[in-house]
Design a protein around this ligand. Structure first.
Ligand code: G6P
Length: 369
């Protein structure tokens, strides 16, 4: 009913707007703003398993799998442990190489996804230690794992996952930070700096949410499209995948997420005056490269919607539309850049008169294969 939606027209919009609070809830009791420390009790309780892992294997489906791709980059960067990210449905059926030296991280909002559950059963039968990252407390996955951390973002009702994704990425960030610091691969200065930036993320998301009206306005321009391309590099590549998935799920517009440089090996053939291309173009290590990717698209008359940092004068001249993203560390950018893409998908779907909370053919939790 209307009451449950807290004044918002849809659960999805409510859940998008809840994200600053959700990330604070997720960090509560774990990230200490004064002492600059991250403590995940599950990591403390199972240090030996986690610190001695030869390899991490992340298993998940859908949006949770996208969070896993970001987790891979965080864990590899901070902990120097190799990470594989697998679709649970593929992993469970291909006799994977796995042993008791592996740690499997199962990511699931509902904690009930059948393929993810089967993947962790397989992993445990081979002796792997399984760590869950779930939202629904007491659900099947947390009951069938050796350890884990809840994301604590509250019930997610909209079928298209939003706040669960940012909650999952927050937990993965805390996990990677804790392990990297324990392993002495991150020095105290870097550790403190990342934590300082992490605690500012909720306020920076609020800055993005203030642009809701302008994102709604620009969404109207693009409802005609039959195809969308989303591009990002590094930490922004999984964000591009997630942005494309959101659009597909609720607006039924075909969309593809691609690593920006890989575009020239296929998708660029599709670019014409009709083709909106969403580019995550924040000023990080890949900025110059992204500029040339944008020039390649403009040369083919593609229409650019760019996510840029404030005061960006270069891309704002090239792009048709810009959305401003407060500056943060590159490794934390996904927590912010995902939010305008959720809003973009939401407003396009609303403009097209689609049922955003219950898109056709999709289920909130896929408990059968
Ligand atoms: C369904 C939902 C998605 C979700 C996926 C995985 O497809 O519609 O939003 O990302 O399942 O669900 P889980 O609960 O395991 O995260």
């Amino acid at each position: 009913g209307q009451l449950e939606k807290g004044g918002y027209p849809h659960f999805m919009l409510k859940e998008i707007f809840e994200q600053p609070e959700c990330i604070n809830d997720c960090m509560r009791g774990r990230v200490n703003k004064e002492t600059h420390e991250v403590i995940l009790s599950a990591v403390n309780d199972h240090k030996e398993h986690l610190l001695n892992a030869r390899r991490f294997i992340i298993v998940a489906c859908g949006t949770s799998w996208h969070a896993g791709l970001i987790g891979k980059q965080l864990i590899e960067a901070f902990c120097r442990i190799p990470v594989e990210v697998e679709y649970a449905s593929e992993f469970r059926y291909r006799n994977p190489v796995i042993s008791n030296e592996d740690v499997v991280i199962a990511i699931s909002q509902s904690g009930e996804t059948a393929d993810t559950l089967a993947a962790i059963e397989l992993a445990r039968s081979k002796g792997a230690f399984v760590y869950g990252i779930c939202n629904a407390v007491g659900s099947s996955i947390p009951r069938n794992t050796d350890s884990g951390s809840y994301i604590h973002v509250g019930p997610e009702i909209g079928v298209a996952s939003t706040k669960a994704f940012t909650g999952q990425v927050t937990v993965l960030t805390m996990l990677a930070l804790t392990l990297g610091h324990e392993k002495k691969l991150i020095n105290d200065t870097t550790y403190t700096h990342i934590i300082d930036e992490l605690v500012q993320i909720p306020d920076k998301i609020k800055e993005v949410l203030k642009q809701n009206e302008s994102i709604a306005r620009l969404s109207r321009i693009f409802t005609y499209a039959h195809n969308f391309l989303y591009l990002g590099r590094g930490y922004s590549y999984p964000v591009a995948l997630e942005g494309a998935l959101k659009l597909k799920e609720i607006s039924y517009i075909h969309a593809e997420g691609y690593p920006a440089a890989e575009m020239k090996h296929g998708p660029i053939a599709l670019v014409d005056t009709e083709m909106p291309v969403v580019v995550i173009a924040t000023q990080n290590a890949m900025y110059e490269k992204i500029i040339s990717n944008i020039q390649e698209i403009k040369a083919r008359q593609g229409r650019i919607i760019a996510l840029v940092n404030p005061h960006d004068t270069v891309i704002s001249k090239l792009a048709d539309e810009c959305i401003e993203i407060p500056e943060t560390l590159e490794c934390l950018e996904p927590l912010i850049t995902t939010v305008p893409l959720q809003l973009l998908a939401y407003h396009i779907a609303v403009c097209k008169g689609k049922d955003v909370d219950q898109p056709r053919n999709l289920a909130k939790s896929v408990t059968v294969e």
